[in-house]
Design a binder for this molecule. Structure first.
Ligand SMILES: N[C@@H](CCC(=O)N[C@@H](CS)C(=O)NCC(=O)O)C(=O)O
Length: 223
């Protein structure tokens, strides 16, 4: 039995969604973020030394890192369904977006989250103007322009095909869902980018996505 160690409001939501798309039986073990720090509880470190989510257990295998988990599950249990054929342009794009999600898109979104919190969070009054100035400067010089470029790039990519890898929905779309949902929550993605916006609407309407939400519990991304 596949066990998904699922942290609320987190990347592990997409593993539940993948498993629903593949129609596989699985068990969800839930972990709750600390309400103040938003960090994962120490119990997750007993499953994997890094203590992050997602992690899955499948027999003797314990695997972390969402891209690796998606490739493992889609490869082992769903090859025909959610992975493009080897040697095709679709497969190359599949690999590209599978890495892009965590490698290119998540780092600036995380920086945005941190700098937003520095800007608005409580701190001694004499430090506040300095901290705020640094946060605004870092965002203005680097984070926001970078996010804008990334969003514009993705919007243009979805202008040439329906899904990230090609005309058919694939596991790369599942991997891309989290950065796009995070971008909609805090990264400047809105209906002014109609292709990306439509992508979000389409994935949210999928029955498997809805079932995964029921399994995982409340899903609200950090702002
Ligand atoms: N690149 C990793 C990132 C894992 C990660 O940072 N997970 C977050 C949840 S979205 C987490 O566990 N955060 C809680 C913490 O860092 O304590 C992946 O894609 O699995």
């Amino acid at each position: 039995m596949i066990i998904v160690h699922h942290l609320n409001n987190s990347r592990s939501q997409r593993i539940l969604w993948l498993l629903e798309e593949l129609g596989l039986p699985y068990e969800v073990k839930r972990y709750q973020r600390d309400a103040k720090t938003m960090l994962a509880p120490p119990g997750l470190r007993a499953v994997h030394p890094l203590g992050k989510s997602p992690v899955i257990s499948d027999g003797d295998v314990t695997l972390a890192e969402s891209g690796a988990i998606i490739e493992y599950l889609a490869g082992k249990y769903g090859r025909d369904k959610l992975v493009p054929a080897e040697g095709t342009p679709e497969k190359l794009r599949y690999t590209y977006w599978m890495h892009f999600a965590e490698g290119s898109m998540m780092p600036p979104l995380l920086l945005k989250l941190i700098f937003d919190r520095i800007e608005s969070g409580p701190m001694p009054f004499f430090v506040k103007p300095v901290a705020r100035g640094i946060a605004q400067r870092a965002k203005g010089l680097m984070v926001t322009p970078n996010l804008e470029r990334l969003l514009t790039f993705m919007e243009s990519e979805l202008g040439t095909r329906e899904w990230f890898a090609g005309p058919v929905f694939s596991a790369a779309d599942i991997q891309m869902s989290f950065p796009l949902e995070a971008a909609a929550a805090r990264g400047g993605l809105d209906e002014k980018r109609p292709k990306l916006w439509a992508f979000l609407r389409k994935i949210h309407a999928r029955p498997a996505y809805q079932r995964a939400l029921e399994k995982g519990g409340k899903y609200e991304l950090l702002r």
